[in-house]
Write a protein of this length. Structure first.
Ligand SMILES: Nc1ncnc2c1ncn2[C@@H]1O[C@H](COP(=O)(O)OP(=O)(O)OP(=O)(O)O)[C@@H](O)[C@H]1O
Ligand SMILES: [Mg+2]
Length: 273
């Protein structure tokens, strides 16, 4: 199952307090964002810190509503969070007193859709999907960071959402684990066909994962360019796709696109943080 996502002329304005006068003023986080994600597509959203990536994700997740514009899933306006969309966050979000299996089962239980036997079977299947069969009965503190994120991915996919939203899910991992999980994610995406929006500030990660890479600029946040990444992913398994000239060319293109934006002054960053 996979869904389409559409942002049409979306703006998001927050009220923030000024430093000197403590008066509330408008802070434009997103302005005129247009973005379409096709069913089954893996889109990477890349941009500098504070450009509004998580704000976009919150809108699609239904955690917030846009100040203006429309956010649609399968052509329907989003009115709140739903089981058709699932989020994997950067920080680990497992319940420490539940095993990997029990964490997945709890999410399934919350949907109210599955019997106890179905929950057990789905948890087993999805932990297998992320390569954690042997660790199914471990508690989060007995798992590495990468394993915890795999459990979170298994949990998110277990109830078959049409959209998987990922906000820097591998940001806290070491480089090697990160690369391995990126490869695994491509495999999982190919097997499940789920639409994925993957947020990152890492250009290499964006180019490796994305069929398309949406480049955001900041102040105000907008999508400045969407780059089609036409790499032969079947070759990624056997060879190191990251070291090919084609990969380097895409990486450079996205880098140059990001560089063309004015640097944010530090005091501005702090004023709105
Ligand atoms: N609830 C809020 N109230 C006020 N300002 C906010 C709120 N949420 C976000 N912002 C501001 O909107 C801007 C975009 O924030 P957002 O979290 O979307 O950035 P980001 O691209 O995800 O950054 P990072 O890569 O650091 O996670 C930032 O300047 C942030 O301070
Ligand atoms: Mg963010």
């Amino acid at each position: 199952m996979s869904s389409s996502i559409e942002l049409r002329d979306v703006s998001q304005v927050f009220a923030v307090r000024g430093d000197e006068d403590r008066q509330l003023r408008d802070f434009v986080a997103l302005q005129g964002v247009d973005l379409t994600v096709a069913p089954g597509e893996l889109l990477a959203l890349v941009g500098p810190s504070g450009c509004g990536k998580s704000t976009v994700l919150d809108l699609v997740a239904g955690l917030t509503r846009p100040t203006s514009g429309r956010v649609l899933v399968d052509g329907e306006e989003i009115t709140g969070p739903g089981l058709d969309r699932s989020v994997v966050f950067q920080q680990y979000t497992l319940l420490p007193w539940r095993t990997a299996t029990a964490n997945v089962e709890l999410a399934l239980e919350a949907t109210g859709r599955y019997t106890r036997a179905e929950r057990r079977e789905r948890a087993r299947e999805h932990l297998e999907l992320v390569g954690l069969t042997e660790f199914a009965h471990r508690y989060p503190h007995e798992l590495s960071g990468g394993m915890k994120q795999r459990v979170a991915i298994a949990r998110s996919l277990s109830y078959e959402p049409g959209v998987l939203l990922m906000d820097e899910p591998f940001g806290a991992l070491d480089a090697q684990t990160r690369e391995r999980l990126q490869e695994e994610l491509v495999g999982i995406w190919e097997r499940t066909g789920t639409t994925i929006v993957f947020i990152t500030h890492d250009i290499e990660e964006a180019v490796f994962l994305g069929q398309r890479v949406a480049v955001m600029s900041s102040r105000p946040g907008r999508v400045k360019e969407v780059v089609d990444i036409d790499l032969d992913r079947s070759a990624a398994v056997e060879s190191d796709i990251r070291s090919t000239p084609e990969f380097a060319a895409y990486r450079h293109h996205v880098w140059a696109s990001l560089r063309q934006q004015p640097a944010r002054r530090l005091e501005e960053v702090e004023r709105v943080a």
